[in-house]
Ligand binder design. Structure first.
Ligand code: G1P
Length: 288
């Protein structure tokens, strides 16, 4: 079995739902407490043994490249002032550990992934949608890699949502279930509630075989007039094993205001220095 060494992060999206915050900064740089969303996704990848991070970027996204670079002036100034710079350790990705490619037109998630085909090459790879914030230990991708090492093929993460929410997501038709593993028998992108095969949605983490790139090459436009990754994956079912992992942890949809605010509170409540004072202030606020 070939190891999952590479991860693709599609980060070219405009982030219009978070305007005006995202007018001049990428939505992936919005912080959860004090780390940007993209940093959590990269840390989750590293924890799962992934070595190379491939960012599919677009115009106006250069803050992401700067974030993962060495900030010479900052590090030098802090060191000269006797300040600890170890907080920056996780932000450095050396030339062998990252690559950037541009998606020049907003043609959809499937197209974004296809833009990384030459860097991915002929090996299985992971995909992270950074605004799906997966919080738990071990992380979501680590749990998926563990499943991949047993099952091979393609693995996606899924979770249950209330039925009326399924139209915002990719939805699976579930087959046999064994613990946290569910066989994927079908996939449909943003179905109408009445047409949805289940309430198990695709939650932004994938391990896919490289053949998906060839399927994407010929993929027609789907939901929303975009080239959909879900449609390409659906065409792989039956040719390769396809399974889903239900993440044992918490998920926050940080593409929406409520999920984003909730994620900040959840992470802050786990910080020893913030926990008690935050609980106290929230108690006071909620009484008003
Ligand atoms: C994308 C995927 C969808 C998935 C979702 C998770 O949709 O196309 O299958 O369920 O991410 O957040 P988007 O949010 O880009 O519309």
């Amino acid at each position: 079995m070939r190891k999952v060494r590479k991860a693709v992060f599609p980060v070219a999206g405009l982030g219009t739902r978070f305007l005006p915050a995202t007018k001049a900064i990428p939505k992936e740089m919005l912080p959860i407490v004090d780390r940007p969303l993209i940093q959590y996704a990269v840390d989750e990848a590293r924890e799962a043994g992934i070595e190379q991070m491939i960012f599919v970027t677009g115009r106006g996204k250069s803050a992401i490249e700067d974030h993962f670079d060495i900030a010479f002036e900052l590090e030098r100034t802090m060191t000269d002032r006797g300040k600890d710079i170890s907080i920056l350790d996780a932000t450095r990705l050396g030339p062998g550990n990252c690559a950037y490619v541009r998606q020049q037109e907003p043609l959809g998630l499937g197209h974004a992934i296809w833009c990384a085909r030459d860097i991915v090459g002929d090996e299985p790879f992971a995909i992270f949608l950074p605004d799906e914030f997966m919080w738990g230990s071990p992380g979501c991708m680590k749990q998926m890699v563990d499943a991949y090492e047993r099952l091979g093929g393609n693995i996606i993460s899924v979770l249950e949502v209330p039925r009326e929410q399924v139209s915002s997501y990719g939805v699976i038709a579930p087959g046999a279930q064994d613990g946290t593993i569910t066989e994927v028998k079908g996939l449909v992108e943003k179905p109408k509630v009445a047409d949805a095969p289940s309430n198990l949605i695709v939650s932004g983490r994938y391990i896919l075989q490289p053949e998906v790139m060839r399927v994407l090459e010929a993929q027609e436009k789907g939901a929303g007039g975009e080239i959909q990754l879900t449609d390409a994956m659906a065409r792989m079912i039956g040719t390769q094993p396809f399974n889903a992992v239900t993440f044992d942890g918490r998920r926050f949809d940080c593409g929406a205001h409520l999920g984003y605010v909730e994620a900040n509170i959840a992470v802050a409540l786990e910080r020893p220095a913030l926990r008690e004072p935050l609980r106290e202030r929230m108690r006071v606020m909620l009484e008003d």
